[in-house]
Design a protein around this ligand. Structure first.
Ligand SMILES: NC(=[NH2+])NCCC[C@H](N)C(=O)O
Length: 468
C-alpha cells in the first residue's frame, strides 16, 4: 500500500474504486440475475441501483472532505448521534465484512468444484471443512501482520479484470439480438419465474446492492486525491465504470443463452458460460482468475473486520481488550472473535439451501445499517451548514438505502439483529466502566427494541432449522 500522505492520480483512483468493489459477485451475476428477471426489468433495476450508489458515493465523498477528523465509517454515527449509534453502525459494518467473507468462501468452494467435483456443492460437509481451514489460515496470516503488498495487489487486480474483460468481449461477439429480445420483459405466457415487471425489478435489488458493497473503501482512498474536485470526479467515473462492467457482464449473456440456460448454469456462472462459449480452456481460465481474485479480496476483508472491532474498542464502544495489538501490530483478539463468528456461520450453512445467496444477502443487509446512519449524518451535517445540494444528496441516499433494503428483503435485516445480541453485551461492558450514563432515554428504547427483535429472529431461525 502507498504511504498515507502520498497523493494519487485520478486514473489510479478510478481503478481503485472499480477493484475494491469487485470480489466474487460479478462471477456469479449472470445466473443470479437471470433467476430474478428478464433483461428489460434487469436494466431498469441497474439504472435505479446505479443512481442510488452514485448518491451514496457522493455522500461518502462529501463527508470525507467535510469531516476529515472522522475516520472509519462508524465514526459518523458516533459523532452525530452518540456512542450507541456509533456502536450500531460499527457492529453492522463488522458483521457485513465477515459475512461477505462467508460468501467468498462459498464461491471459492464452488470454483474449486470445477477442478474437483467433490466441492461442487458448496455447503457439503467437506466444503465447509475446507472453507473453515482457509478462513483460519487467512486469520493466522493476518495475525502475523501479513497484508497485501502493493505489487501483489496489482497482480491480483489483473487476475481479476482480465478474465472479466475477456468474458465481456467474447459475449459481445456472441451476442444475437434475436435471442436477446425474445422475452425482453419476461411477460410471455411461457416466461420463466414469477412475472410482473415490477416484481422482477424488485427481485434484482439484493444481488445488485451486493456487488457494490465495498464502495465505501474506495471513498476512503479518494481522500488522497489531489483535490476534492478530483476525488469527486474520480469516484463518479469509477462508479460509472463499475456499473458499465456489471451491466455488460450480466446483460450480454442474455443475448446468447436463453434465460432457462442462464438460470440452470452451475455456479459460478461465468466459468461455465465462458466454457460453453469458447471451449474447456475458458472454464479453467476464468476459474484460476477467480480463485486468485477471491483469495486477494479475502485477505483484505479479513483485516478489515478485525480493524473495525479494534477501532471501536479504541473509541470505547467495545471493551479495551478487543483492541489490543500483538507484536506484529495485529489485533489478535478481534481476529479470533471474527474467526469464530465465521466458523459458526459456516456451520449453519450446512442447513441452508442457498448458502451463497444467504451469506451475501446478510452481508448486504448488515452494511445497509451503516450506510443508513452515514446518510442520516450527511443530512444532519448539511442542515447545519445550510447546504441544500448536500442535503438533497443525503435524503436521496437515505431513501435509496431504505427502499432498497425493504425491496431486497427485510427478513435479512431481522436475522442480523441476532448478531447484535452479544454485541450489546460487549457494549454494555465497555460503557459500564465510564462515568457517563450508560444509555440515554432514547437509547434505552433502542436497546429494548433491538433485544426484542434479536430474540424474535433467533426463535424464528431455530424453528426453521428444526423444521429442516
Ligand atoms: N465484506 C466483504 N467481504 N465484502 C465483499 C464485497 C463483495 C463484492 N461487492 C462482490 O461483488 O463480491
Amino acid at each position: 500500500m502507498e504511504t498515507p500522505n502520498k497523493k494519487i492520480n485520478s486514473l489510479t483512483l478510478v481503478s481503485l474504486v472499480v477493484t475494491t468493489s469487485i470480489g466474487s459477485g460479478i462471477f456469479a451475476l449472470s445466473s443470479d440475475l437471470a433467476k430474478a428477471a428478464s433483461p428489460g426489468p434487469a436494466l431498469i433495476s441497474w439504472f435505479i441501483v446505479g443512481c442510488g450508489i452514485l448518491l451514496l458515493a457522493t455522500t461518502l465523498n462529501n463527508l470525507l472532505h467535510e469531516r476529515p477528523d472522522l475516520q472509519g465509517i462508524f465514526s459518523y454515527g458516533q459523532s452525530g448521534f452518540g456512542p450507541f449509534t456509533g456502536f450500531i453502525s460499527g457492529w453492522g459494518y463488522w458483521m457485513s465484512c465477515w459475512l461477505g467473507n462467508v460468501a467468498f468462501s462459498t464461491v471459492f468452494m464452488s470454483t474449486l468444484g470445477y477442478f474437483f467435483p467433490v466441492f461442487l456443492k458448496n455447503n457439503s460437509l467437506i466444503s465447509i471443512i475446507i472453507a473453515s481451514l482457509c478462513s483460519w489460515f487467512l486469520t493466522w496470516l493476518v495475525n502475523r501482520g501479513v497484508e497485501n503488498a502493493a505489487f501483489i495487489n496489482s497482480i491480483i487486480t489483473l487476475c481479476k479484470l482480465i478474465p472479466i474483460f475477456t468474458f465481456i468481449i467474447v459475449s459481445i461477439f456472441a451476442f444475437k439480438s434475436g435471442i436477446f429480445t425474445q422475452d425482453f420483459w419476461g411477460n410471455l405466457h411461457n416466461s420463466v419465474g414469477d412475472g410482473s415487471i415490477l416484481k422482477q425489478i424488485k427481485n434484482c435489488f439484493m444481488v445488485m446492492m451486493w456487488v457494490f458493497v465495498g464502495i465505501e473503501g474506495a471513498s476512503v482512498l479518494s481522500a488522497r486525491a489531489s483535490s476534492q474536485k478530483a476525488a469527486g470526479r474520480a469516484t463518479i467515473i469509477g462508479v460509472l465504470c463499475l456499473l458499465l462492467i456489471y451491466i455488460c457482464a450480466s446483460i450480454l449473456p442474455y443475448g446468447h443463452f436463453t434465460r432457462v440456460q442462464l438460470i440452470n448454469a452451475k455456479q459460478p456462472a461465468m466459468v461455465y458460460l465462458f466454457k460453453e462459449l469458447v471451449g474447456s480452456w475458458g472454464g479453467t481460465f476464468i476459474s484460476i482468475g477467480l480463485l486468485i481474485s477471491i483469495f486477494g479480496a479475502w485477505i483484505s476483508w479479513t483485516m478489515l473486520p478485525a480493524e473495525t472491532l479494534s477501532e471501536m474498542a479504541k473509541k470505547q464502544l467495545l471493551p479495551a481488550k478487543i483492541g489490543q495489538l500483538n507484536k506484529h501490530k495485529a489485533p489478535t483478539f478481534a481476529l479470533v472473535i471474527t474467526g469464530v463468528m465465521v466458523q459458526i456461520f459456516l456451520i449453519t450453512l450446512l442447513f441452508s439451501q442457498e448458502a451463497y445467496e444467504l451469506a451475501y444477502s446478510l452481508c448486504t443487509a448488515a452494511v445497509v445499517i451503516s450506510y443508513i446512519i452515514v446518510a442520516a449524518f450527511q443530512i444532519k451535517q448539511a442542515k447545519q451548514q445550510g447546504n441544500r445540494l448536500q442535503l438533497a444528496i443525503g435524503w436521496g441516499t437515505l431513501l435509496f438505502e431504505l427502499v432498497g433494503i425493504t425491496l431486497a428483503g427485510l427478513q435479512y435485516l431481522l436475522v442480523c439483529t441476532i448478531i447484535y445480541l452479544p454485541g450489546i453485551y460487549l457494549y454494555y461492558l465497555a460503557r459500564r466502566q465510564l462515568s457517563a450514563p450508560l444509555f440515554s432515554k432514547r437509547e434505552k428504547w433502542g436497546v429494548i427494541c433491538l433485544i426484542f427483535l434479536g430474540v424474535l429472529a433467533l426463535i424464528l431461525v431455530l424453528a426453521q432449522i428444526i423444521k429442516i
